[in-house]
Design a protein around this ligand. Structure first.
Ligand SMILES: [Zn+2]
Ligand SMILES: [Zn+2]
Length: 204
């Protein structure tokens, strides 16, 4: 009896091991959806233009109805909207498997070091479920193209991308300026990272 149960146990242990050996790393089968969330100040024409650009490299997107800013985001002293409050608000509305990007033409700001209210073009946490992009600080002559680059940069952060040292990469750090005209694409390194998150690129 004793030896029988010993062999029985061995068989079970062996079975357990052979099972775990065959197991593949769990890969999420359902790609996330990017939710495009315009605020009411942002024109529907610009929403479509931005969505079209994003769709080319990440096809799984959905455009939502325009909404108001959350009340707590307004910073009256500067007539700006706080990007961190906007992200918190969008994050709370975003379910698992989704990432929301808020679009606005109003000025947005965040606390940066000792500067209490610092105007920015966009903000996204790394990784995160929500980000925001603003058209307010962009050059009027090619604001559409620049805006797409801001949006895709912030979405890159939500996916886990850091700032990139490549001057032509969308993940370049703006460093207080607006270098978007020098940016042409994600660099091969950033692309490889995004491909692992189901992003589609024709070439690396
Ligand atoms: Zn950034
Ligand atoms: Zn890069």
């Amino acid at each position: 009896m004793k030896s029988n149960s010993f062999y029985g146990l061995m068989a079970m242990v062996f079975l357990a091991f052979s099972c775990s050996e065959k197991q593949q790393p769990v890969k999420s089968t359902k790609p996330m959806t990017i939710l495009i969330q315009p605020f009411k100040d942002f024109s529907s024409e610009n929403v479509l233009k931005t969505a079209e650009g994003i769709r080319k490299i990440y096809p799984n997107i959905k455009i939502l109805e325009a909404i108001d800013f959350p009340d707590n985001a307004y910073y009256k002293e500067r007539n700006r909207y706080r990007a961190d409050s906007i992200i918190k608000f969008l994050d709370s509305r975003t379910k698992d498997g989704f990432v929301t990007i808020g679009l606005t033409s109003k000025d947005i700001s965040v606390t940066k070091g000792k500067i209490k209210d610092y105007g920015i073009m966009g903000l996204g946490y790394r990784p995160g479920k929500a980000c925001v992009a603003s058209k307010y600080r962009l050059d009027k002559k090619n604001a559409d193209e620049q805006f797409f680059k801001i949006a895709i940069h912030e979405l890159g952060h939500t996916q886990g991308l850091k700032h990139c040292p490549e001057k032509t990469c969308f993940m370049r750090d703006a460093e207080g300026g607006n270098p978007t005209d020098e940016e042409t694409d994600f660099c091969p390194k950033c692309k490889t990272f995004l491909i692992s998150k189901n992003w589609k690129f024709n070439s690396i």
